[in-house]
Design a protein around this ligand. Structure first.
Ligand SMILES: Cc1cc2nc3c(=O)[nH]c(=O)nc-3n(C[C@H](O)[C@H](O)[C@H](O)COP(=O)(O)OP(=O)(O)OC[C@H]3O[C@@H](n4cnc5c(N)ncnc54)[C@H](O)[C@@H]3O)c2cc1C
Length: 466
């Protein structure tokens, strides 16, 4: 066995050799040109762009309030559409506006405690919340793959991690403060406006600006992470048992290799280990090189990728959960993720992998499978029962239409609900059929934003307005 780092370097060298011998093989990737987006317009409006670069706009006005009073006063007269942004990590058209862009970067941090519940400003980045909670010996129960999101943004799209008993971030919200487009400040909890709480927990910035939320927290425990590679067949066969047994479990099916990378996290009393920086991105770059060099020759590519992955040594790391659960993702991508009923989760994953391997040799990103516990928020994709998530990625320079043409129909046929922040094609009629509380959400939306000042064209189509 060789170490993961050595494997990657050796794999890279192997690629060079194979590539040199395969000079006649055409590059198979389908790169698309970057859309031009100048940093500012002639009349001085500054570009806003999302993380992956596929969404952009030039807002006429930007608001960066320091407190609720300032926000409430300014938002009333702000040019519409008024859109609130977190850290711009969503892929869908939730944010673009030529009206007003609101950022809560100036409203961040923990403002108080109610027992073990933390009152947190919505502009707080999840990465900053971890150490702030840890000072009190507390932690968020779970975290997504990265921690760059703002709390408001994470709530906005039902951001989640993995774990059969662990809810998405909004599932731990017990109260919140909302500033409407008309400048009203609403306190919502189980007693005061429970309807607004249930609607606003996942609300795409379409009810108003959430300025703070009260969050359940858990004891800040050390977790042990284990990462290993095995045949995909084995991961599929053992996944249910692993979701039942481990605090967190997820796996990544690597197309064209028949292999999967598995990751578990469990509570431990073992001492923290010294960790080397994650090699995941180097790994992705190697897979991309393999795709570019050998895309049309899937046999050779399969052999090279298999050799690379097969030599990866299992990894173990121990640290506090907030330091381990999220990692870095410097390789940019576009993504579609659907949340499926748990009983069809693995069947759909196997179907998607087979379809990609049959139809699209240019895909190289691993396909991610996670589990999420149910909750009651009206627009939560996890409302009504445990869901299994499947995420398919395309490198940011690649054409991502395959996600809509090839993969989305499989998700839809199987009762999937889309991640609100990731690519999907659904509009009001389909969403109404997927969400039993859709009508009630729209009623609360109309009450809080009667003139539709929070709706950009994307949201109008989503909600079937105008
Ligand atoms: C590299 C990468 C990794 C990711 N990993 C995961 C993952 O593991 N799990 C997962 O579920 N998702 C994941 N995502 C998706 C991401 O978590 C969501 O798109 C999330 O909403 C982004 O947070 P943000 O702060 O950037 O919000 P933005 O994208 O800026 O906004 C998202 C939505 O929230 C609304 N919003 C923002 N702030 C507020 C507020 N204060 N009040 C009301 N509404 C508000 C916005 O209007 C918008 O509708 C990932 C995305 C990327 C790019």
């Amino acid at each position: 066995m060789i170490s993961r780092r050595t494997a990657l370097i050796a794999g890279g060298a192997g690629v060079a050799v194979v590539g040199g011998g395969a000079g006649a093989i055409a590059v198979a990737n389908r790169e698309k040109p970057e859309p031009p987006s100048p940093p500012s317009t002639r009349d001085g409006k500054v570009l806003w762009r999302n993380w992956s670069g596929i969404q952009h706009s030039y807002p006429a006005q930007r608001l960066a309030p320091k407190d609720e009073g300032e926000l409430a006063a300014a938002i009333k007269a702000a040019p519409a559409p008024v859109r609130v942004v977190g850290s711009g990590h969503s892929f869908t058209g939730l944010i673009p506006t030529d009206g007003t862009l609101v950022t809560l970067d100036g409203m961040s941090g923990i403002t108080g405690w109610d027992g073990d519940k933390a009152q947190v400003m919505a502009g707080t980045r999840l990465g900053a919340l971890g150490p702030a909670l840890a000072e009190k010996g507390r932690a968020m129960a779970n975290l997504p793959d990265i921690n760059k999101q703002s709390l408001g943004g994470a709530l906005g799209t039902a951001t989640h991690g993995t774990g059969r008993t662990l809810k998405a971030v909004h599932g731990d919200v017990t109260a919140l403060t909302l500033v409407t487009a008309e400048g009203k400040v609403i306190e919502a909890d189980a007693r005061r406006r429970p309807d607004v709480l249930a609607a606003a927990q996942v609300s795409l910035g379409a009810l108003g600006v959430i300025t703070r939320a009260t969050l359940n927290t858990t004891i800040n425990r050390r977790l042990k992470r284990q990462v290993w590679v095995e045949p995909l067949e084995e991961s599929l066969a053992k996944a249910e048992e692993r979701w039942a047994r481990h605090r967190n479990f997820e796996f990544y099916a690597v197309p064209f290799t028949g292999l999967a990378a598995n990751i578990t996290h469990d509570e431990t009393d073992e001492a923290a280990t010294v960790r080397t920086p994650s090699q995941d991105d180097a790994f992705l770059e190697v897979l991309r090189s393999l795709r570019n060099l050998l895309g049309f020759s899937t046999g050779m590519r399969k052999a090279a990728a298999k050799a690379l992955l097969g030599s990866v040594e299992p990894e173990t790391a121990v640290d506090e959960g907030w330091k381990l659960l999220s990692t870095e993702r410097p390789v940019r991508f576009n993504e579609m993720e659907y949340h499926l009923p748990a009983e069809v989760h693995l069947k759909v994953l196997a179907e998607v992998v087979a379809l990609i391997e049959k139809e699209r040799p240019d895909v190289f990103f691993p396909i991610e499978a996670r589990r999420v516990a149910p909750d009651d928020a009206w627009l939560s994709p996890f409302q009504g029962g445990e869901r299994g998530s499947i995420a398919v990625h395309a490198h940011y320079k690649d054409d991502y239409r395959l996600l809509f043409e090839l993969v989305e129909p499989v998700f839809l046929r199987n009762g999937g609900r889309p991640h609100w922040g990731k690519l999907h094609s659904l509009k009001a009629p389909q969403l109404a059929a997927l969400y039993p509380r859709w009508g009630e959400f729209l009623e609360v939306r109309r009450e809080l934003d009667p003139d539709g000042r929070l709706l950009n064209p994307y949201l109008k189509a989503l909600f079937g307005v105008g």
